[in-house]
Write a protein of this length. Structure first.
Lengths: 542, 401
């Protein structure tokens, strides 16, 4: 990249190094020499170098992330179109570390001209610019997966999409120009395809398939828990087919898109919004671009900010901006509407959990909507207790889900996990080591649904610990815990009664034998003694 | 049984009528035990037949349910009873008690006996032998530890109100040694004939008290019985044949005397009208556990204390006063010793109203020291038998009652 060194090492780094001399003196840079190398860094280029930020740091994780991004997109698309999703995930091993992953959905398909941009350009998407509950947020994921594939194998991404019966199925092969962050179309043909509508994306990449807590298999399992309305067919690299059936025919409730709440907007975003708005004056801007800001509230904000409601938006400087931000915090503004967030639902969550984790008891709780930094969210928790499949004395399994997407990495850094640790499970009849997750045959599910889930990084692995969120999670877990306690104590009662029964039938015959020997009773009399005593003790239970 | 035998040490040659045989107070036959067992069983069976949950009424064993009358001179059991009604919680011990009673009945019928450990193992036997009453294993009702079977046995003994030996249970303990001018008249188990045992004829060894002492007869020219706490002191006394010059019978209790030891000393003292002196360490354990049990019985077996104690026994030493009189080397009293002494003054029916004893125990606590009976060795190895014992024997007023 750096161009002028003629001698020794050509470092990719920042500083030019002088030709080797005896006293080896640094030649200091000048503004001019530096300017010669200063230029735009494309987003794609940046992510190509920092792929760990997007979850492609190891071959194993890359395989999972690529599938995850594709599945997220498919499910979002289906739900927005009101289609019950049926997806087919396939992982094929081409030998050694080469894999082809493909994800096919029955969604609405993608318009031909959009295909290259969606799959071949980073930060292109429909979701970043709005506040709506969806799996994808930034529009990076799937194109980053394609780019990762290209970087490791040199192969283009393949896309087939059809928008409806009678419409042609388009087959694209795309590469990404990382410098320009632009798709390069390798080929574009119309083909025969047996699906009426939907999209299939296939990426060849370097990966590693392993079983375990962070495997593709586990991700799909948990996806089935969080999405009981989805039919997943999984063709694994060993040739096996695993099908997760729908446990409900009900699609998730439709959610509204909302405008940002004033409290959820940071200074930089506010600045950008000011630039883009069509409103002329400040009060109009506030009313048009934010939720819960009426004329009255807009005036209140302006008053608190000591700005004129009629101030021109285009002439707002930095000082005014700061004043505005402060004014917002001083004004009492109604919480954002909550119809923009849809929970999985207590019943559905139990169904999903029940279809994947067989257990003796299920409990679930959906909390009422709450707000962190102007963003509405809903916390749900569920647990499955007992059953053959769950380890009786190991630590509980914690499944973290955000907007119906399972989170498999960075458990310890995640607010959901920390909340599970902070909840006092001993109150509910399960053991818990100090500072740890509870022990026992339990699977705990925590779901956060929000228009904006605050992840700790772009790879969307852990939820940031806002106190409001943590608080809600703990409350949800406590509610589940209380239900579990009721179950456990009633089960204990039943077991006690059973044990009593066994105890009685074990020892009573000996009273019969003893009395027979002492008093020379007949066998009939001995039986009568045991019978009578059994009746007496069963009636009398302390 | 009756088998012809070659002449053994002749039983008939008891010249003097010194065989002072007295009624032994204790009914030796096992019939009353049998009657009581079946009586209890009938009570249980009656309850069941009339549709009630049966109960076991077990006298509470312990100092809290014991009274002491100086006139009688021994512990008598009170009327506090723990009533154990059959319920889910009690079904196991209840079943074990009933089976224990049946086992005892079988022992009586077959004129056999069993040690505590043997009872424990019998219950563990194969339950398949169900047809043989009394000897079949108890299956799930068997005991995990011997502690459990011992407790059931003790309860049963108290419940039936007879002594364990009558029920066919014998303790397998060391019952102590005896030496001195004494002829014990026993029965040879092989021949059934009487034999005489000369307690002077054991050389450096001694006669061991058997577990079952009922029916023993005695002949002696001794003037008193000296029961000592430790085997070590017994060795010293026996090693110098102290009993010859002292004209006494010596016995080692080996800590708290066993029932057989107590019964033996009692039978001997009654039969030959001999005074009994007890020689223990000078500490609360020696007084409150060893001496008290020998003299009036134990709280645990108060229902039979009448026969298993020696009410006229006296403590010859080592008394708290002896510590001063003989300038003996001492050890400081530990907290648990002090507690034991204070407990005795407050709760032990024997010590409670016994002025000389209250005084002695308080004296000891105040001095804050205890003394061992072997401490006399500090004044010379044989000081205890050459000086201390003769001096104390001349001064009954310096003994404790």
């Amino acid at each position: 990249m750096a161009k002028k060194e003629k001698t020794v090492q050509a470092p990719v780094g920042e500083k030019a190094v002088a030709p080797v001399r005896k006293e080896r003196k640094h030649i200091h840079e000048t503004a001019e020499s530096m300017a010669a190398r200063q230029r735009d860094i494309s987003v794609s280029e940046f992510f190509a170098k920092n792929r760990h930020l997007l979850g492609f740091d190891s071959p194993r994780k890359a395989l999972l992330t690529a599938i995850k991004e594709a599945v997220d997109n498919s499910l979002d698309a289906c739900e927005e179109a009101g289609i019950l999703p049926a997806i087919i995930v396939e992982v094929k091993n081409l030998g050694r570390d080469r894999y082809i992953i493909s994800v096919q959905d029955n969604g609405p398909g993608i318009m031909k001209k959009q295909i290259p941009n969606i799959f071949g350009k980073l930060l292109y998407g429909s979701k970043f610019h709005r506040l709506k509950m969806s799996r994808g947020q930034q529009g990076i994921g799937i194109s980053a997966a394609g780019m990762y594939g290209m970087l490791t194998t040199g192969k283009p991404v393949e896309i087939i999409s059809r928008t409806g019966k009678g419409k042609p199925a388009h087959h694209f092969r795309l590469q990404i120009d990382t410098k320009k962050n632009k798709p390069e179309i390798v080929s574009d043909t119309e083909i025969e395809w047996d699906a009426d509508h939907g999209t299939k994306v296939a990426i060849e990449l370097e990966g590693k398939h392993m079983q375990g807590r962070q495997s593709v298999d586990e991700y799909l399992r948990q996806t089935a828990i969080a999405n009981p309305h989805v039919l997943i067919t999984y063709l694994d690299p060993n040739g096996a087919t695993i099908i997760y059936e729908r446990s409900t025919q009900e699609p998730p409730a439709h959610t509204q898109e909302i405008k940002p709440h004033p409290l959820g907007v940071e200074l930089g975003v506010m600045q950008a919004m000011l630039k883009e708005t069509r409103a002329r004056n400040l009060a109009g801007f506030l009313q048009n671009e934010f939720s819960r800001v009426s004329k009255r509230v807009a005036e209140d904000i302006c008053a608190a900010a000591e700005l004129k409601p009629g101030a021109s938006v285009s002439r707002m400087g930095h000082v005014e901006l700061e004043k505005l931000m402060e004014g917002i915090t001083k004004t009492k503004i109604m919480n954002p509407p909550t119809n923009c967030v849809a929970p999985i639902g207590e019943e559905q969550l139990v169904r999903g959990l029940g279809s994947v984790v067989p257990a003796d008891f299920y409990a679930s709780t959906t909390r009422p909507p709450a707000v962190y930094r102007g963003n509405p969210f809903i916390i749900e928790a569920a647990l499955a207790y007992g059953g053959q499949g769950q380890e009786a004395d190991g630590p509980a399994r914690v499944l973290r889900i955000a907007n119906r997407v399972p989170l498999l990495y960075q458990q310890g850094a995640c607010c959901s996990y920390q909340a599970v640790v902070q909840t006092n499970w001993r109150n509910y009849g399960i053991t818990q080591p100090r500072g740890g997750v509870p022990q026992g045959p339990v699977t705990i599910v925590v779901h956060m649904a929000s228009v904006w889930v605050p992840f700790t990084s772009e790879s969307k692995e852990a939820i940031a610990a806002y106190p409001e969120i943590e608080d809600e999670i703990i409350k949800a877990l406590q509610e589940c815990g209380r239900k579990l306690k009721i179950f456990l104590s009633s089960r204990k009662r039943d077991m006690d009664a059973q044990r009593k029964q066994d105890y009685i039938s074990t020892y009573l015959p000996h009273i019969g034998i003893g009395l027979r020997e002492l008093l020379g009773l007949s066998e009939k009399e001995e039986h009568k003694v045991v019978e009578t005593l059994t009746g007496l003790l069963e009636r009398h239970r302390e | 049984m009756a088998k012809k035998t070659t002449p053994k040490p002749a039983p008939e040659k008891t010249p003097k009528a010194a065989t002072k045989k007295r009624s032994t107070l204790l009914d030796l036959s096992r019939t009353p035990a049998m009657k009581k067992l079946t009586g209890q069983a009938e009570g249980i069976y009656g309850d069941i037949k009339s549709g009630r949950r049966p109960s076991l009424r077990i006298p509470i064993r312990g100092l809290s349910n014991v009274s002491f009358s100086p006139r009688k001179g021994f512990f008598t059991i009170g009327d506090k009873v723990s009533k154990r009604t059959l319920s889910y919680q009690t079904v196991k011990p209840f079943a074990q008690s009933v089976r224990m009673m049946a086992f005892s009945k079988n022992l009586i019928e077959t004129d056999d006996f069993a040690s505590k450990r043997e009872v424990y193992y019998t219950a563990k036997g194969s339950a398949k032998r169900g047809s043989e009453p009394g000897s079949a294993g108890w299956g799930p009702a068997a005991f995990k530890e011997q502690d459990e079977s011992d407790a059931i046995m003790d309860d049963m003994e108290a419940m039936v109100g007879v002594n364990r030996e009558q029920l066919g249970f014998i303790p397998a303990e060391q019952n102590g040694s005896v030496a001195g001018e004494l002829i014990v008249i026993d029965i040879d188990p092989a021949t059934g004939k009487k034999i005489e045992i000369d307690c002077t004829a054991f050389g450096r060894g001694s006669y061991s008290i058997p577990s079952r002492v009922e029916g023993l007869e005695f002949r002696t020219s001794a003037k008193f019985v000296l029961a000592v706490e430790t085997a070590a002191l017994f060795e010293r006394l026996n090693g110098h044949a102290y009993w010859r010059d002292g004209k006494c019978i010596i016995t080692a209790m080996g800590g708290v005397p066993t029932r057989a030891n107590r019964r033996f000393v009692r039978l001997l003292a009654d039969a030959c009208k001999l005074p009994v002196y007890i020689f223990t360490d000078g500490d609360p354990y020696g007084y409150c556990n060893i001496y008290r049990t020998m003299k009036v019985g134990s709280g645990n077996a108060a229902h039979i204390s009448e026969f298993f104690c020696v009410p006229h026994a006296k403590l010859i030493g080592v008394t708290p006063q002896d510590i001063r009189d003989y300038s003996l080397p001492t050890h400081p009293l530990e907290d648990k010793d002090k507690k034991r002494a204070q407990d005795a003054i407050k709760n032990d029916p024997f010590f409670k109203n016994n002025k000389p004893w209250i005084h002695a125990l308080q004296d000891m606590v105040k001095m804050g020291v205890r003394v061992e009976q072997q401490a006399f060795a500090a004044r010379g190895l044989n000081y205890v038998l050459e000086t201390y014992l003769p001096e104390k024997l001349k001064r009954p007023d310096k003994m404790l009652p």
